[in-house]
Design a binder for this molecule. Structure first.
Ligand SMILES: C[S@@+](CC[C@H](N)C(=O)[O-])C[C@H]1O[C@@H](n2cnc3c(N)ncnc32)[C@H](O)[C@@H]1O
Length: 311
């Protein structure tokens, strides 16, 4: 059996665990109050030992937390994110038939509806990659523009007492950004710009670094060209761009994750893609950000930091 097929079987098993937890009402009940396996089995007319094993797996998945007394409670943010993912991927067959996404995370309105639920989960997921990016960009430049900041995992990882980050995102997302920044103890190092990056006026030559974390894969090549062109105007001469995104790979197992990720982009974007390095090299060179260099980051799916050189 190939490693890829094995991964597929593990995915089916995991989906069955989640499906059972939903069908049996386990997640719904544990979202309202905590219970141990015996109590839960009694409330839902389940077999207690089997319920206990199901709870073990749900705890390991991060959907439940178990206290030292054995009582389990749902992790509401994780359950909400999972419900959204389940709903979106449930539409895959329809999307493959029609080619029409079920969510438009690539439009300002669609992103405003989609990302408030997901931004914190994404940031938690990217934490190891963000830590590596912090090392790669150390010492950080002084004035940073974080475009499509979300819960700001990348700029939080590089901010220090000498930096000032302007976090740009849609108005509906910025409360999530502020909360994450405040929790990180960096409130004085950040300011916020609410708006659509394609239509918001940005000050000329105001930043040393423009950070574009997980944004380009949402858009068409034309929009990415226009985004990088716009950033050339607001980054000072000699300043840099740092793009974080998923690149294709020749490693079959890693490419499986990337293919699935790119399939997922069909669910939520009209023209989103996993673009090859050559596309980023072309767009950045055209925009006047020379010498884009990739640095792999530890993440699943595998992402890279693409850092331009000081001109
Ligand atoms: C995939 S999330 C990435 C968030 C964060 N950079 C990260 O890597 O975790 C994309 C982010 O871009 C924001 N976004 C999407 N379209 C945008 C637009 N036109 N203008 C500003 N922000 C946008 C979304 O609201 C969301 O927070």
């Amino acid at each position: 059996m190939t490693g890829a097929l094995w991964q597929g079987m593990v995915a089916v098993e995991t989906a069955a665990v989640i499906d059972a937890a939903h069908r049996l009402g386990v997640l719904r009940l544990l979202t309202t109050s905590s219970r141990n396996a015996t109590e839960l089995a009694s409330d839902l007319c389940l077999d207690p030992p089997a319920t206990n094993r199901l709870l073990d797996t749900l705890v390991q998945l991060g959907l439940l937390r178990r206290d030292t007394g054995g009582s389990c409670a749902a992790n509401p943010a994780a359950v909400r994110s999972l419900e959204k993912v389940t709903e979106a991927w449930g539409a895959l067959s329809t999307v493959v038939r029609t080619g029409i996404p079920v969510t438009q995370a690539d439009t300002a309105d669609g992103a405003a509806a989609f990302y408030p639920t997901f931004a914190r989960q994404l940031a938690a997921w990217f934490a190891p990659a963000a830590a590596r990016l912090g090392e790669l960009l150390s010492p950080p430049p002084g004035r940073i523009l974080d475009i499509g900041a979300g819960a700001a995992p990348w700029s939080i990882a590089i901010a220090n007492e000498h930096t000032h980050v302007t976090a740009l995102d849609l108005p509906a997302i910025l409360p999530v950004t502020r909360a994450a920044v405040t929790e990180a103890g960096l409130a004085t190092r950040f300011s916020y710009l609410a708006g659509d990056v394609f239509t918001t006026d940005l000050p000329a030559a105001a930043y040393d670094l423009a950070l574009i974390g997980n944004l380009c894969h949402l858009f068409s090549p034309e929009l990415n060209r226009s985004l990088l062109g716009k950033l050339r105007h607001c980054v000072r001469p000699g300043g840099r761009i740092a793009i974080v995104d998923v690149l294709p790979t020749t490693d079959p197992l890693r490419q499986l994750t990337i293919s699935r990720y790119e399939l997922g982009l069909l669910l939520r974007t009209s023209a989103g893609r996993v673009y090859p390095l050559t596309a980023y090299l072309t767009w950045s060179a055209e925009a006047g950000f020379p010498g884009l260099t990739p640095f792999p980051l530890p993440s699943d799916p595998p992402m890279s930091l693409l850092l331009s050189q000081t001109a």
